[in-house]
Design a protein around this ligand. Structure first.
Ligand SMILES: Cc1cc2nc3c(=O)[nH]c(=O)nc-3n(C[C@H](O)[C@H](O)[C@H](O)COP(=O)(O)OP(=O)(O)OC[C@H]3O[C@@H](n4cnc5c(N)ncnc54)[C@H](O)[C@@H]3O)c2cc1C
Length: 595
């Protein structure tokens, strides 16, 4: 197995050998990053959580005061330009803040609405005048903003919005329509509203609450996130000045999509934080709760849960930090371009990494769902009642699979975007799939197993997963041609295989880096990477089998499935012992051990 340096090209990891080193990991966080984490934790513990009941009672004055406190602490403008009051820190700082802010329950959504969905698009697409008018006040927390894209009839199909914008003779605009499910909707001062000009020119506008005709509807009664405002926004002939168009007329999709690309990545980071919190709660509870005269932490069934929760979180965290490093490598030394009007280098970086952002969102929200479900289970009856936070986390997190693009839509995007790049000739998936077809259909294809290299078997598994993905994508292109976009089941399965590749590879490389640097927890890193790889191999096999069975029959099906079996001959690992090791470490440390 050869190894290569880290690439900044989105999706290139599918075709490249695994990088030997150079991926960014949480172990490389600086003292400044850790200080940012502590500042966020102190704010959450000291100011948000004591006010959670008032937030859940929808006391939006509290939400507003907390946003202002975030401004005072510098948490709103972590990666915003200094010229408008931001701190212009790196993306790792904003990831760290997002992870730790996830502990603030519903307030994390209020915070995300202000930072990811408002400050970011204005930074990327605002004119200098718009930035001067709005960013300093948003970054200071003096005003609150919201992002109004969805409507009753257009959620996933956001560009089909019925809200209209009509140009007036003096160049100003009149907006009419109704937006739905808008976070911060009940009290925001500023809205980024998407509307169609002349029926088909999708455009973003900056609309202030003070503009006559804008009003908030009633608060939604939600399953969770009771401390976050979610309302419709009604626009009745709202007069909007000419210079409040955000971006270009007819290019609102650029604003929306670039915001979502970044937002999905940040959501992945928030999910890492949510997993860590739940692991800490489970670990503490398992030590303290006794049944049959023993702490439940001593039972193998509980160790299995804790070990698996840690391993999945480790993989998710590894992929989020790897992405952070790639983004930083793209932005390095180009500070002036980061604030360029029209999206600049930040928008281009996240456009390049749109596949990885969707992976972070889907895998992040699903690993978090898994971890929170096990957190409830470890708490038993106490997991189902409101005395413990486990049940609130479970309800609060469910929406992560729905907003920022549903997981179904994101799954379709993952292979869809890769295939589009392949068809344009930007990514050599098609020739690689053809070469592979000759290779895998030959019965002499070597299987892989244990090697004496550290985590060598896991690295070889990643190589095999990549071949499986190419086999599935190549067969799909051959079978369906330009009708492939109609085959959602196959595309969704391909998305799962691709996600497992990116997560497993990130975890394995991180564990190898820990080993190479003599990290004191290197053995536990290796355990987490091995457990994740073992589970991913099983998931990849099931997924690929059903995709291949759907696409081929007769001899071709038999040949493809035989090739799949040869590719995925993974040597079984004693994951029971490894999970016990991770679980004991988590209960010993009363929390997630790696960060
Ligand atoms: C708490 C909360 C906060 C929110 N905050 C905001 C906000 O701040 N701003 C904002 O603009 N919006 C916000 N939303 C709206 C959210 O983004 C939408 O709910 C989401 O995009 C899904 O749209 P929808 O609800 O119309 O579902 P639909 O699009 O109707 O989807 C229903 C189901 O069909 C599936 N589906 C839809 N189309 C396809 C397809 N082409 N192929 C396969 N499956 C498909 C979906 O995946 C889903 O499972 C929020 C929602 C909630 C619940």
């Amino acid at each position: 197995m050869t190894t290569a340096p880290v690439s900044t090209r989105g999706g290139a990891w599918l075709l490249e050998d695994s990088p030997a080193e150079g991926i960014f990991t949480p172990e490389q966080l600086s003292e400044e990053h850790r200080l940012m984490a502590r500042t966020t934790d102190e704010f959450v513990d000291g100011e948000v959580l004591p006010n959670l009941d008032r937030l859940e009672q929808k006391d939006w004055d509290v939400a507003r005061q907390l946003i202002r406190r975030c401004g005072e602490l510098g948490l709103l403008g972590v990666d915003a330009p200094e010229a408008y009051g931001g701190l212009a820190l790196d993306k790792a700082s904003s990831v760290v803040v997002a992870e730790h802010m996830s502990r603030s329950a519903s307030f994390a959504v209020t915070f995300g609405g202000q930072t990811n969905l408002s400050i970011l698009p204005i930074t990327m697409f605002g004119t200098d005048d718009q930035k001067q008018r709005y960013l300093p006040r948003l970054i200071a927390g003096d005003i609150v903003a919201a992002y109004a894209l969805s409507e009753t009839g257009s959620g996933s199909d956001a560009l089909a919005a019925r809200t209209r914008a009509t140009r007036q003779p003096d160049g100003s605009w009149v907006l009419s329509g109704e937006k739905m499910w808008i976070s911060n909707g009940g009290f925001a001062d500023l809205f980024i509203v998407f509307a169609n000009v002349d029926g088909d020119k999708f455009t973003a506008f900056l609309v202030e609450r003070s503009f006559a005709g804008l009003s908030s509807g009633k608060e939604e009664h939600k399953m969770g996130l009771h401390g976050s405002s979610t309302t419709p926004i009604v626009l009745q002939d709202v007069q909007v000045p000419a210079d409040n168009v955000l971006g270009e007329i007819g290019r609102g999709h650029k604003v929306a999509l670039n915001t979502l690309n970044f937002g999905r990545f940040k959501l992945g980071a928030m999910c890492v934080g949510g997993c860590r919190t739940a692991i800490a709660e489970s670990a503490r509870y398992a030590v303290q709760r006794k049944q049959f005269s023993q702490p439940i932490a001593s039972f193998g069934a509980i160790k299995h849960k804790l070990g698996e929760m840690v391993a999945r979180t480790y993989a998710l965290e590894s992929l989020v930090y790897r992405m952070t490093g790639v983004v930083e490598a793209m932005l390095a030394g180009r500070p002036e371009e980061q604030a360029a009007v029209g999206g600049g280098i930040v928008a281009r970086a996240f456009e390049e990494l749109a596949v990885e952002s969707s992976i972070a969102k889907v895998l992040g929200s699903e690993i978090l769902s898994y971890v929170l479900d096990e957190n409830v289970q470890i708490h038993g009856g106490n997991g189902y009642v409101t005395d413990y936070p486990a049940e609130r986390h479970y309800r609060d997190a469910r929406v992560n699979r729905i907003f920022e693009g549903t997981n179904e839509i994101n799954r379709l995007l993952i292979p869809g975007m890769l295939i589009r790049r392949a068809l344009k000739g930007d990514l050599a998936i098609i020739p690689a799939a053809r070469r592979l077809q000759d290779e895998v259909l030959s019965p002499s294809t070597a299987s892989f197993g244990q090697s004496d290299e550290h985590l060598g078997a896991e690295l070889q598994a990643v190589t095999a997963f990549k071949k499986v993905a190419l086999m599935v994508l190549g067969t799909a292109l051959q079978t369906y041609g330009d009708k492939l976009s109609e085959q959602q089941e196959v595309l969704s399965i391909a998305a799962d295989i691709l996600s497992e590749i990116y997560a497993t590879e990130s975890a394995v490389i991180r564990a190898r880096q820990a080993h190479a640097s003599g990290h004191r927890l290197a053995e536990l890193h290796a355990a987490a990477a091995s457990i994740y790889t073992d589970g991913a191999a099983a998931r990849v096999e099931v997924a690929a089998k059903s995709a291949l069975a759907a696409m081929a029959d007769g001899d071709t099906r038999r040949t493809l499935l035989a090739a799949l079996r040869r590719l995925l001959k993974v040597q079984p690992v004693n994951t029971v012992a490894l999970r016990r090791q991770l679980a004991d470490a988590a209960t010993g440390a009363a929390g997630y051990i790696f960060n």
